[in-house]
Design a protein around this ligand. Structure first.
Ligand SMILES: Cc1cc2nc3c(=O)[nH]c(=O)nc-3n(C[C@H](O)[C@H](O)[C@H](O)COP(=O)(O)OP(=O)(O)OC[C@H]3O[C@@H](n4cnc5c(N)ncnc54)[C@H](O)[C@@H]3O)c2cc1C
Length: 382
């Protein structure tokens, strides 16, 4: 029995691996020349520095099974992600924490009185049911911090006024009332020693997996030889955008090689609206076990609306505007031989640990369905 898996990102590769280990033949087709999809890494030809091509990636998870799965293919080096936010010519620790607030307001607050200080700042904007991102940010931090750290950045990142973005987006952002600039608090955090692309190549290295790079899937191609298809490309593209395009933000990257070291952490958010880029990331910080004191590669990241042949990065979910997505979901459910998986197949932002967890579940559910003679689901996530 044979399966066709479209896309050799983490999702497609993990599904292929589990099915291959269960004795099934898998053909994986990937339109790019490389595997690993959005987390593709390779060496910069000039400096040898490991480069994160489509945005900086950090592994962080509380799921021990996912961690063990990754560790069965690569060693994971310790890494804790650090960020700063650049506001009006000065870099602050980020996410916002006690140190940020003290530096920004030139105060000497402690863990005991920071909450009272911020409550006073937020009091003029108090509401217990904020209608949007701006209301939620003002009601929690007050005007200065909102305008400094979030207003311009959110406008650039999403191309939308924060008043048009749901309050839930702000509520997901961490704010710490103590000295704590950890971006993530998961039990396990790190980076695969040889990068993400080598990890995915190892996941795909199995005698039951046949990988074809540089091949784009089209629905008109014959697929009768396959028992079932797993599609991890964009949901709307599968149906030739017949209802229109699902909204995404895309990113443009400008890479630069420089001497020495540019910044003291992996990522700096540029919050001021006048600065056209949203972030600068410096690749060598993501592989701290490697030593490149002489040279560095930095990347300027610009965000804009996705159209034409742009790569889709961040799905845009605005309240009350999911009807297009729901139409595609209904259409997908009419496909009896295809499952839609991964970040693009399900039109969601998912972290890598979640992508792996869901891919393990998809493959294991498929094996059970074949054993029990039940239908393989169109979607596996809730
Ligand atoms: C900017 C950015 C930064 C991120 N940073 C982090 C992070 O720090 N930590 C974290 O855990 N997660 C991060 N993520 C999320 C992470 O990138 C995803 O979890 C992961 O890429 C999901 O893998 P996937 O296989 O589902 O999708 P993808 O990686 O997008 O893989 C899909 C694959 O399908 C291929 N494909 C598409 N259409 C076709 C077709 N028609 N025919 C053939 N092949 C096709 C694509 O080329 C691609 O290789 C980040 C995401 C973004 C956008």
């Amino acid at each position: 029995m044979k399966f066709l898996i479209i896309g050799a990102g983490l999702t497609g590769s993990v599904i292929a691996r589990v099915l291959a280990e269960s004795g099934f033949q898998c053909r994986v087709i990937e339109k790019e020349k490389h595997v690993a999809g959005n987390c593709h890494t390779d060496r910069d030809p000039q400096t040898g520095i490991l480069k994160h091509h489509f945005g900086p990636h950090t592994l962080h998870s509380d799921n021990s099974r996912v961690w063990q799965f990754i560790e069965s293919f690569t060693s994971i080096e310790p890494y804790r992600h650090r960020k700063r936010a650049w506001v009006k010519g000065r870099a602050y620790p980020f996410p916002i924490n006690l140190e940020t607030v003290n530096a920004f307001f030139d105060e000497q607050l402690t863990e005991d009185n920071i909450a009272t200080f911020l409550e006073a700042k937020a009091a003029p904007f108090y509401t217990d049911s904020p209608a949007n991102f701006e209301d939620a940010a003002l009601a929690s931090l007050g005007q200065e911090l909102y305008e400094g750290f979030f207003k311009g950045y959110t406008n650039k990142q999403w191309g939308r006024d924060p008043k048009d973005i749901p309050a839930s987006v702000f509520r997901r952002l961490p704010i710490h009332f103590k000295k704590d600039s950890n971006v993530f608090h998961h039990k396990r955090q790190g980076q695969p020693r040889e990068g993400y692309t080598k990890l995915v190549e190892k996941i795909l290295a199995h005698e039951n997996i046949q990988l074809e790079n540089g091949r784009r899937f089209s629905r008109t191609a014959p697929t009768d030889e396959f028992r079932h298809l797993f599609y991890s490309g964009p949901l709307d593209e599968f149906f030739d955008y017949s209802y229109g395009r699902l909204p995404y933000r895309t990113l443009r990257f400008e890479h630069e090689v420089r001497r020495g070291t540019f910044q003291d952490c992996g990522t700096v958010n540029y919050c001021d609206e006048e600065i056209p880029y949203t972030r600068i990331f410096e690749h060598k910080h993501f592989s701290p076990w490697e030593s490149f004191p002489e040279e560095t590669v930095i990347t300027y990241e610009y965000s804009h609306e996705c159209s034409g042949n742009d790569r889709p990065y961040y799905p845009i979910h605005l309240s009350g505007q999911n009807s297009l997505y729901e139409k595609y979901v209904a259409r997908a459910k009419e496909e009896t031989r295809t499952s839609f998986v991964g970040r693009l197949g399900t039109f969601r932002y998912i972290d890598m640990d979640r992508a792996i967890e869901e891919a393990l579940l998809a493959a294991e559910t498929t094996v059970s369905c074949l054993t029990n003679g039940t239908a393989i689901p169109t979607f596996f996530h809730n």
